[in-house]
Design a protein around this ligand. Sequence first.
Ligand code: ADP
Ligand code: MG
Length: 697
Amino acid sequence: MATLKELFGSMVFNDCEMRQRLPKETYKALKKTIDEGAPLDISVANVVANAMKEWAIEKGATHFTHWFQPMTGITAEKHDCFISPMNDGRILLEFSGSELVRGEPDASSFPSGGIRATFEARGYTVWDPTSAAFVKGTTLYIPTAFCSYTGEALDLKTPLLRSMGALSKQAVRILRLFGNDTVKSVKSTCGPEQEYFLIDKDMYLKRKDLIYTGRTLFGNKPPKGQEMEDQYFTSIKSRVAAFMEELNAELWKLGVLAKTEHNEVAPAQHEIAPVFTSTNIAADHNQLTMELLQRIAKKYDMICLLHEKPFEGINGSGKHNNWSLATDTGVNLLDPGKTPHDNAQFLLFLTAVIKAVDEYQDLLRASVASAANDHRLGANEAPPAIVSVFLGEELTAIVDAITNGTSYDASPRTMMQIGVDVLPPFPKDATDRNRTSPFAFTGNKFEFRMVGSSMSISEANVAINTAVAEALREFADRLEKAEDFQAELQALIRETLKKHKRIIFNGNGYDEEWVAEAEKRGLLNLRTTADAVPYLISEKNIRLMATHGVFTETEIRARYEVSLEKYCKTLSIEALTMLDMAKKDILPAVSAYAKELAETLSAKKAVSGEVDASFETELLTEISALTATLHGNVKALEKAVEAAEAVPEIGERSMAFKDTVIPAMEALRETADKLELITAKKYWPFPTYGDLLFSVI
Ligand code: ADP
Ligand code: MG
C-alpha cells in the first residue's frame, strides 16, 4: 500500500510535476503567471497543455474538463475526450494550449441573474493556473473561472480572485509604509472546518423531504438528543471510521490537506478540517471535499447531509471560515509578533478588520444568506444573525487602553504608545473560549462562523477580502500623506477603534440580552435572507465593489437576483414537498389508524356496551380534531404558495415567502408533529428523528 507521502498529491499536476516535466523556460514563464498574474503566451500554453496531457494519460485519464463554479454554489463540468481521428482509422490523443486556456460552455443553463438575457448565451471558462489541475476518475480537471461573452463574472471564483487581488494591492501599500520593500503580494488564507451529518441510506430513501430538500420538514425531537453531551469527540463508529479513512485517502490524492476529523455535538454529526491554504485553493478544495463526502458516504450505505439544518431542535451545520493574511514571504499579518514594530503593524491590520466588519456587517450577513442558513442564524442557535467581533480579554484590554488613552497594564506609563510599547503575549488558547461569536479572533486569525455547511466559501471571503481591502485603502491614503508616520499611525488606530468599538462583543451571542444591547449599539439584526440580501445592492456596497473592481453594478445586481430567486425556489420546493407528504402520506396514514381505532371501539362496544371513557374514544377525538386542523393547514399553505409565486418583483416575492409561506409551513408542521406523537409506529409513514439520528451503528 502506498504511504501517505506517496499518496499525497499523486493525482495533482502540482509544482513538483511541472518542474520535472516542463522545459526550464516554459516552467519559468508559467510560474510568472501563477505568482504574478502575468499573461501567458499561447506558445507556452501549448507546451504546458501537452505535458499536462501526457501526465494525465499516465494517471489513467481519457477525458479533460474545465471545472467551474457557477452561481448555483456547486461545481460544473463538461467532459471532452482527448481523441482526435487520423486518416488511417487510428486516433491521436490531443490537447492544445487553447483548449487548456479557454473553454466555451453554453451558459444558458446556469443562473445569471439577468446578465444572460441582455447578452449572448455563450459563456467562457478561463484557466486559473493558481489552482492546480488534477485527475479524478478518468478525467483531467482544469480549475477555471466562468464569465459571459462580454466578460461579466458568472461564477464564484472570478470575484474571489478579484477580491484577493484588491486585498493584496492595499496590504502591500501598508507594508511599504512600514518599510517593507521585499513583499510582492499578500494572499488571504483560509481553513474551512466542514460540519456534516451521516445517516443510513435506507432511512434516507424513505423520506421525501430529505430527498427533495436535504432537510426534514416534519419530525419531533427523539427522547434522546444531544442533551447528554455524549457525542462530541467520542470514539468514531467503525462504519464511519472506514468511510473517513477512504475519504482522507481520496482527498490526499487530490492534494487536499485533510487533517482533523471528529464527532460533533449532535448525534450523527461530524467535522472535517483541512490545513489552511490560499483562499481560492481552499475554495476549490472545499468543493471537492463536499463532493467526495457525499459520494464516498454512499459506498458505505450512508448519506451525507450537508444542509445547514437537517433536523429541527438539533444543532445545525456550519463551516467555520478561518481567515488571515499571508505575505508571499510567509508572514502571517494577523500574528501579533514580538517587537514594537511588528505589534504596530499587527494592530493596524487588526484595526482594519474591525473597521471592515463594522462598516460592512450587512455585506457579511448577506454573503452567507440562504433559506437553509436562516435556520441557524437568527434562530435559537449560535452564531446569531447579528454580526459582531470577539477579541478576547487580552486584546480587548489593549483596545480599551488605546481608545481611552491609558496604559493597558499597571505600569506607570500613562498611555499606550503604538510602535513603542510591546504588547503582552496573549495565549492562543485563551482567545477561543467563545464559541458563539460570528467573527472571532483566535490568536493569529479570525474565524467567521456564519458560513453555512453547504455553501461555497467564496462569497463570504469575497465580502471579507473586499471590506478589509477598503479599510486598508483608506488607511494607506491617509498614512502615505503623513509627515510624522508614528504620530499619524497612533492617531489613526485610536480614532478608528473608537469609532468601531461597538462591533466588539465578548459575551454570549446566544443571549436574548445581546439582541437588545446590539440594537442599542446600532448593529444590524438581519434575521432572514429576504431581509439581508437587499443590502447587496445598497449604494454603499455597490460603490465598495466597484472601487475595488470586484463586481460591476450589473454583476452585483445579478448576485442579488440569483440569491433571492434561490431563496424563493427553495421555499417553494419545501412547501410543495410538505403538501405532498401531508396529503399523500400523513393524512392517509393517520386516517388508517383512526379506522383501526374506530373498529376496535365498535368491537368493544358490541361486547361491553359502554365505552365512552376508553382510550380509543379519547384518541379518536384528538386525532379527528388534529386531522381537521391539518387539512386546514394544507389549504392555507397551498393558498400562501400560490399567492407568493404570483408576486412579480423578486424582492417583494421573497418577502411574501418569508411573511406568509414560512408561517404556513410552520403551522402545518406543528400539527403534523403532534399527530406523529399519538399515531402508532406501524402507521407512521416515514422514519422518525430517532430512527434517522441513531441509524448508523
Ligand atoms: P480549532 O479552531 O478547532 O481550535 P485550529 O485553530 O487549530 O483549530 O484551526 C482551525 C482551522 O484554522 C484549520 O483549518 C487551520 O488550518 C486553520 N488556520 C490556522 N491558521 C490559519 C491562518 N493563518 N489562516 C487561515 N486559516 C488558518
Ligand atoms: Mg475552529
